[in-house]
Design a protein around this ligand. Structure first.
Ligand SMILES: NCc1[nH]cc(CCC(=O)O)c1CC(=O)O
Length: 307
């Protein structure tokens, strides 16, 4: 029996699907890749938030998981809603890549550190809010599309540099264009950044599920992601809000930092905690509740009304 691996068709999605295929084949499984086009791939000129439905990149994929046309689906963990629709679960997380954001440009002098003014392309509300808070001299240019398309837009002169996740830049082999790796304490990444997640139906054969986990799941990363995702779930975050969350190992314990930044950078609240690997989800919830205690709920309400 072949494991059918569903994926979107972008180059980054396919890289991740081949990466999963490779791991499963090393684990002794036969595999086949099935490309799936989603609503989010078809509508390119409207911001994701305005398309209006949750899961614009996942609905078609989940249909195929549900009716068994595919066995598993590959996603960037960052792109997955914190609460999956009934009947689906994430069954594996790959070892996390460097989670930092980076500046990408042809001009090596364009670092945030330098204090220079330049036009920086991004369409992430989290990155926009962070820039407005710490680097107000930077001109922000909204840029959408897949990584290749964004780099093309930069080359056409729409912006001087791009702000991106290291993981995607590295997977697409644009390392040469990286001019600055941004510090995690300022540009704390989005929940899940840098890890590849496997989604499945809860109806997936338990023996196959176990085999997939054995071949692919990186347990230390899974603990981090469980902490971060519990945090985001409690905040009912969604992917367009400027919420960040990063868990990291500190010896035998897991530390989580999470926060919210106002869209104009006018306000930032942050909370953190540390615990044993067994308690990571409780910690995620507690860090979110700390933020709610600091007025995070009201902040998110206001932010969502502005989007
Ligand atoms: N928002 C889109 C997205 N989803 C996952 C990645 C990069 C890969 C990863 O974080 O695992 C990116 C690009 C980016 O944010 O620059």
């Amino acid at each position: 029996m072949k494991v059918r691996i569903g994926t979107r068709g972008s180059k980054l999605a396919l890289w991740q699907a081949y990466f999963v295929q490779d791991a499963l084949q090393k684990g002794g499984l036969e595999t086949e890749i099935v490309k799936i086009e989603t609503k989010g791939d078809k509508i390119l000129d409207v911001s994701i938030h305005k398309i209006g439905s949750k899961g614009v990149f996942t609905e078609e994929i989940e249909e195929q998981l549900n009716d068994g046309r595919i066995d598993i689906a590959v996603h960037s963990a960052k792109d997955m809603q914190s609460e999956l629709p009934e009947g689906f679960e994430l069954i594996s997380f790959s070892e996390r890549e460097t989670p930092n954001d980076v500046i990408v440009s042809k001009d090596k002098s364009l670092t945030l550190d330098s204090g220079k003014k330049f036009r920086l392309g991004t369409s992430s509300n989290r990155r926009v809010a962070t820039l407005r808070r710490y680097y107000p001299h930077i001109e922000i240019v909204p840029i959408r599309g897949n990584l290749q398309r964004r780099i093309q837009k930069m080359e056409e002169g729409q912006c001087d540099a791009l702000l991106l996740a290291y993981a995607g830049v590295h997977r697409m082999e644009y390392d040469d264009l990286i001019v600055e790796k941004l510090p995690l304490d300022r540009f704390t990444p989005a929940v899940g950044q840098g890890s590849v997640a496997i989604e499945a139906s809860v109806k997936l054969d338990p023996a196959l599920r176990a085999k997939i986990r054995e071949s692919l799941n990186h347990e230390p990363t899974e603990k981090l992601l469980l902490a971060e995702r519990a945090f985001l779930r409690r905040l009912q975050g969604g992917c367009s809000v400027p919420v960040y969350g990063l868990a990291q190992w500190e010896g035998a314990q897991v530390k989580l930092v999470g926060g919210i930044i106002g869209l104009q950078g006018e306000k930032q609240i942050e909370a953190s905690a540390m615990t044993t690997p067994e308690e990571v989800e409780e910690m995620g919830t507690a860090v979110a509740e700390d933020l709610i205690g600091q007025g995070g709920d009201q902040m998110l309400k206001e932010i969502k009304a502005q989007l």
